[in-house]
Design a protein around this ligand. Structure first.
Ligand code: SAH
Length: 343
């Protein structure tokens, strides 16, 4: 029988585990804290439990761990990129960025991705599998232990489509927010999606005040269908409707990610349409200069085009920022590190 990973369980589920093995329910909270606050690697390390109880737990349970495989340190801005190896030997990547306001982590939610966006390296070999809540959490715990830092912000913008792994991602959010764990505020967490409309509504119903970030990349459906296969399923109009519902339920400002690709989506025609689309919506636009990948010949927008695009939005009352390029000396594009290592 496959052992149950205690790191993936909510406090309530952990209580059920103890009841099932005829132990006291209060043990659950102790164990939860040892896993999520002390970040222990194994049941044997939970020394507040007797040896007998640890052995009993070990029979059908475990504490899952991912292992640091490689770390790439930027000499420019202290960005650190990690490759982790999972228990089944799959490899995932995560990134640590240091800002004035704290330490931010970019996490993966899947091994690979099936969304097929043309500019993204993470999807080139398709989806291998979903990450478990434990594996998403452990990216945070491993980096905190490795660098002896306290993480303040989390972005789900690494490999994978978070809303395609909905249940595990939601559980991750609840676990990382738990007051008996790291207790990271929902407002410090961003979930980025290519726009799986029904799941945006589902997430809105949870009414968690996390930031929802939509990878829009163009205001035209025809263009979007060319670069993002998901656009054949859901139109931009449907995404905007879902965003309005999300705002209504959470009161949170939506972020739109817009990766600027030379002559593909950085023209005045695009800026003009984008302004029309977003005017009046509680939102912010994150302009991301394309990180070119070797799998295609898309080119990063020119500096002038990026600045012109931003000013066009600014002048018309749409708040926009240009994303700083972090760790450019260890800058294999999103998903590129993992791909290189797999080979
Ligand atoms: N699947 C989710 C989250 C992962 S991608 C999503 O689509 O939002 C995180 C962000 O990086 C997305 O906006 C994605 O479109 C963008 N991205 C992917 N590859 C990129 C590249 N080569 N250059 C710039 N941005 C990229």
């Amino acid at each position: 029988m496959k052992k149950i990973d205690l790191k993936s369980l909510t406090l309530k589920e952990l209580e059920d585990v103890f009841l099932q093995i005829n132990e006291k329910k209060f043990r659950a909270k102790q164990v939860f804290k040892w896993i999520h606050k002390q970040k222990v690697d194994s049941i044997d390390d939970i020394t507040v439990l007797s040896k007998k109880l640890r052995d009993k737990l070990n029979e059908n349970h475990k504490i899952g761990n991912i292992k640091k495989f490689k770390r790439f340190d930027s000499n420019i801005d202290n960005t650190k990129k990690y490759l982790f190896i999972l228990e089944d030997s799959n490899i995932i990547e995560s990134v640590m960025m240091e800002y004035k306001h704290g330490v931010s982590l970019c996490l993966s939610t899947q091994v690979g991705c099936k969304m097929g966006c043309s500019f993204c390296a993470s999807t080139k070999d398709g989806l291998v599998r979903n990450l478990t809540p434990s594996e998403i959490l452990d990216q945070v715990y491993s980096i905190e232990k490795d660098l002896n830092v306290k993480v303040s912000n989390i972005v789900l913008m690494g490999t994978g489509e978070p809303l395609d792994n909905y249940d595990n991602v939601l559980k991750f959010l609840r676990l990382i927010h738990d007051k008996n764990g790291l207790n990271i505020g929902y407002r410090h967490i961003t979930l980025s999606t290519c726009g799986i409309v029904p799941k945006i509504y589902e997430l809105a119903e949870e009414a968690l005040p996390i930031t929802l970030s939509i990878s829009l990349h163009t205001p035209f459906d025809e263009d979007r269908q060319e670069i993002m296969p998901i656009a054949n399923r859901y139109s931009i109009g449907e995404i905007i409707e879902a965003c309005k519902y999300y705002i209504k339920k959470t009161n949170r400002r939506i972020t739109f990610e817009y990766t600027l690709i030379d002559e593909v989506n950085d023209t005045n025609r695009h800026a003009e349409k984008l302004v029309k689309l977003l005017s009046g919506l509680l939102c912010h636009v994150n302009l991301i200069p394309l990180n070119p990948i070797k799998e295609n010949d898309l080119v990063k927008s020119k500096k002038e085009s990026i600045n012109r695009f931003k000013s066009y939005l600014d002048v018309r009352g749409i708040s926009a920022t240009i994303r700083r390029e972090m760790g450019s000396d260890v800058n294999a594009a999103c998903g590129q590190l993992r791909r290189d290592y797999k080979k």
